[in-house]
Design a protein around this ligand. Structure first.
Ligand SMILES: Nc1ncnc2c1ncn2[C@@H]1O[C@H](COP(=O)(O)OP(=O)(O)OP(=O)(O)O)[C@@H](O)[C@H]1O
Length: 463
């Protein structure tokens, strides 16, 4: 899948540069965190930057409503009795064997009589591929009306799912798909003849209920994708429920989510009657292979000096620096660039396409330092990052307390795949010292003080 080719990176950098010059008048830190990237944008960004399947060694938890029904899982796609064209499509996508969640979900997804399902596993574990395969398998091509309906939270996410469906059905040429998203129009009084509809809740409601372009009662499979993102959008929850109420009692209802908090669960149980629930626990991340340090520096200037000192002494592969606000991030990028470092700046005001462009350049090693706000702490996977610097420690913006989960996500960007990584935290006062102590006691691993004025101390970092 592309998404990077149209990116005008230089243009984006120029635009950032201009806004940076406009914005940055002094050193005072703007009290605005970078929350601009919505849940849907984050999800899209992660999907696009992901290079493949995230393998998990963690166990699945499966709850069945019917304890008598045997639970089985498959180790191969052949065992699923798929239509030959679909099996061919799956292999053409480079899938050799089902992923962990697919092993257990697919037999249930394809079972007869159909069963409802709620499935949760972290982003990238193969959920989309699983439900798309179920969607495609249930279509009866001899009937020219919509039989499968998939709701996505946004236009872009709907298109992503559609692309997977198109690839997987590349050999099933008589299967057709239609997007129900903004910009797609149909003449009044028409009937949709495509087998599959993928769309956003508002448009689907219009097409199905208001204009009756298709019959919701004839839908055999109803998929709610990215339920966690869906409920984060005002109105989507109600629209989804209104659609669900129109479906026949036999319709198979499937709900997928990357997270599993109580709001998602409440929504899921409200909309999916009598489901099989499959959960893949998130891989525990640890800080065990990351050396953590902290540096006392009371002012932004001193924070800058300590970064410069570290760079002056040791050879750093690639680094990510996390700031609390866009303004600080812009200021730091400008200052480091002036001092001859090649830096990239990534923050929430960039479009998803521009963010991908910045990240691609960093991955290719065109810049050695990536400065960012929280936008990036999840989902990025750059193998060569050897050092993470918390220019500002992560705090929960609602109460100002240590945000340990974000800390783990941030420093988890280094020391991946068992390699040793380095995390340096800049502490600029009592408040951030408190935050540091909270993080230290949360993970139960010491964060060691580092004097960046002392060359021999910095040299030790490399050993
Ligand atoms: N069985 C498989 N073998 C190899 N690669 C796979 C397999 N299933 C999915 N993939 C690939 O792994 C990546 C992640 O899969 P997918 O998008 O289905 O995950 P997801 O759990 O739906 O993620 P999200 O929650 O972000 O929607 C994709 O690039 C997909 O092509």
């Amino acid at each position: 899948m592309s998404g990077t080719k149209d990116v005008d990176w230089a243009g984006a950098a120029d635009a950032q540069e201009k806004s940076l010059i406009k914005q940055v008048g002094g050193l005072e830190v703007e009290d605005k965190t970078d929350e601009a990237a919505s849940a849907a944008e984050q999800s899209l960004f992660q999907k696009i930057i992901r290079k493949g399947l995230i393998e998990s060694t963690h166990d699945l938890e499966i709850q069945r409503k019917d304890p008598k029904s045997p639970l089985f899982s498959v180790k191969s796609f052949e065992a699923l009795n798929l239509k030959p064209q679909l099996l061919k499509g799956v292999y053409a996508m480079g899938f050799n064997a089902p992923s962990k969640i697919q092993e257990s979900a697919l037999p249930t997804l394809l079972a007869d009589p159909p069963q409802n399902m709620i499935a949760q596993s972290q982003s990238g574990t193969g959920k989309t591929a699983a439900f798309v395969l179920a969607m495609l398998s249930r279509v009866d091509q001899s009937k020219n009306y919509p039989q499968v309906l998939c709701l996505s939270p946004t236009y872009e996410l709907a298109l992503q799912t559609g692309e997977v469906a198109l690839k997987m059905s590349q050999f099933a040429t008589d299967l057709s798909l239609r997007y129900a998203v903004r910009g797609e129009e149909i003449a009044r009084g028409s009937n949709i003849t495509d087998h599959i509809i993928i769309g956003t809740p508002g448009k689907v409601l219009d097409w199905g209920l208001k204009f009756r372009f298709f019959d919701l009662k004839k839908i055999k499979v109803f998929v709610l994708d990215e339920a966690d993102v869906m409920i984060a959008t005002q109105g989507h929850q109600d629209q989804s429920i209104r659609i669900q109420k129109q479906l026949s009692r036999e319709c198979q209802i499937l709900l997928f989510s990357a997270t599993y908090d109580s709001t998602v669960m409440d929504f899921a149980e409200n909309i999916v009657p009598n489901p099989v629930i499959i959960q893949l626990r998130r891989e525990e991340e640890t800080v065990s292979n990351i050396s953590q340090y902290w540096v006392q520096c009371e002012t932004p200037e001193l924070k800058y000096t300590s970064i410069a000192n570290i760079y002056g002494v040791i050879t750093v592969g690639q680094a990510i620096i996390f700031c609390h606000t866009r303004k600080t991030a812009s200021w730091l990028a400008e200052k480091l660039t002036k001092d001859g470092h090649t830096c990239a700046l990534l923050s929430g005001e960039l479009s998803v396409g521009d963010r991908i462009g910045v990240l691609d350049r960093f991955r290719d090693g065109k810049e050695k330092i990536l400065i960012t706000t929280n936008v990036l702490s999840r989902g990025i996977d750059v193998e060569q990052v050897t050092i993470v610097i918390n220019y500002d420690l992560p705090v929960d913006h609602t109460n100002g307390k240590a945000d340990c989960e974000t800390y783990l996500h941030r420093i988890g960007r280094t020391g991946r795949f068992g390699k040793r990584g380095l995390a340096i935290n800049l502490v600029d006062g009592e408040k951030s010292m408190e935050v540091l102590h909270d993080i230290e006691s949360h993970f139960g691993k010491p964060i060691v003080k580092l004097d960046t004025e002392d060359v021999s101390e910095i040299e030790k970092l490399q050993k």
